[in-house]
Write a protein that binds this ligand. Structure first.
Ligand code: DC
Length: 220
């Protein structure tokens, strides 16, 4: 009703390990909306770049792969799923090498064009909570429901460690915020929430309160 296409989109952006995935997933569950993790698509393409032996520093080769790679995104039980090159890349998306190279691959403009088009298609048929870096600024700039979830760098590093991952999040944040093609920014009309001292339920509660005030009907 309030966003491009006939469906409602709630945009959740923020830096790495800000807690936005847990928040977006729980919010989608509470609203009965589909949950879409856009970062997983950039990770899937990065995984394929590495599998094919393409250098993540070769934008022309990445662009060729992005133009030809069969990548499809669907929903299963309200959750986004990906198939790339005929396989489900989910088990590989958090590999160290993917963490290390995803910012480089996602800075290639043609990669963004292709994936943004795929992401927009979800809203043709579903109400969505979509998380990422440019959802409120580029993918669905018309939605009135934009949130930017942040947390202190220390807390974010600790969260990644607790997940057992090696992820140089400050390097990723720097690359994601400074790239030329749709960098991570806080959309002018986004509501910013610092999750450093909040639980997932606390952040979700704050978002739901704001959605209600903006007139969205929330299931009991
Ligand atoms: O949300 P995440 O940490 O899994 O995202 C991985 C990377 O994907 C992130 O460092 C940058 C890229 N990304 C992006 O460029 N745009 C998005 N909407 C989502 C992720």
């Amino acid at each position: 009703m309030n966003s491009p296409g006939a469906h409602t989109v709630i945009a959740i952006d923020g830096p790495a390990a800000s807690g936005k995935s847990s928040v977006a997933r729980e919010l989608a569950r509470r609203l009965g909306f589909a949950y879409v993790n856009s970062g997983a698509m950039y990770r899937a393409l990065t995984w394929l770049v590495l599998e094919r032996g393409i250098s993540p520093e070769d934008p022309a080769a990445i662009e060729r792969l992005a133009n030809s790679a069969p990548i499809s995104c669907r929903l299963r039980d309200h959750d986004s799923t990906i198939r790339i090159d005929g396989i489900d890349p989910e088990p590989f998306l958090r590999e160290d090498r993917v963490n290390d190279n995803v910012s480089l691959v996602s800075s290639v403009p043609r990669v963004r064009e292709i994936l943004v088009a795929q992401l927009r298609r979800y809203a043709e048929r579903h109400d969505l909570v979509m998380e990422g870096r440019d959802i409120g600024s580029v993918v669905f700039p018309g939605t009135p429901f934009k949130f930017y979830i942040d947390a202190s760098p220390e807390i974010r590093s600790r969260r990644r460690e607790a997940q057992g991952q090696r992820d140089r999040i400050s390097a990723r944040d720097q690359a994601d915020s400074s790239r030329r093609a749709s960098p991570l920014i806080i959309a002018a009309d986004a509501h910013v929430i610092d999750s450093s001292n909040l639980t997932v339920d606390g952040v979700v509660g704050e978002i739901i309160g704001r959605l209600k005030r903006k007139g969205l009907t929330i299931p009991a």
